[in-house]
Design a protein around this ligand. Sequence first.
Ligand code: AMP
Ligand code: ZN
Length: 114
Amino acid sequence: MEDCIFCKIIKREIPSEIVYEDDEVIAFNDVNPLAPIHILVVPKKHIDCIAHLAEEDLPLISKIYGVINKIAEEKGFKENGFKVIVNSGKDSGQEVMHIHFHLLAGTNLAHINA
Ligand code: AMP
Ligand code: ZN
């Protein structure tokens, strides 16, 4: 989608610190981290938010949880724990309308929200 910041990151039109990529999913560091580790895990397909998921998108969302585990394993925080947050729509405070999974780790996250 043309004016979408995450689509631009996917197309390398704007820079980001990519930590994982495959044919369907990309993950990069959040530019404004709320924890020592704050990664955004993003499907390459532009989907606005959870509320806009089609039935056919569900395997992709399931895959994203596998990617999250892979990143957690590789970065060494799988055992200590992590938090995944997905905002959907206006009332959630979602700012970037391309569905993304905040992956937070590296400290006690009990009171951290994204
Ligand atoms: P949300 O409020 O759930 O839509 O979260 C959007 C997130 O995207 C925020 O945590 C921002 O810090 C992050 N963000 C915005 N622009 C960029 C960017 N160019 N690169 C990395 N993260 C970004
Ligand atoms: Zn997009």
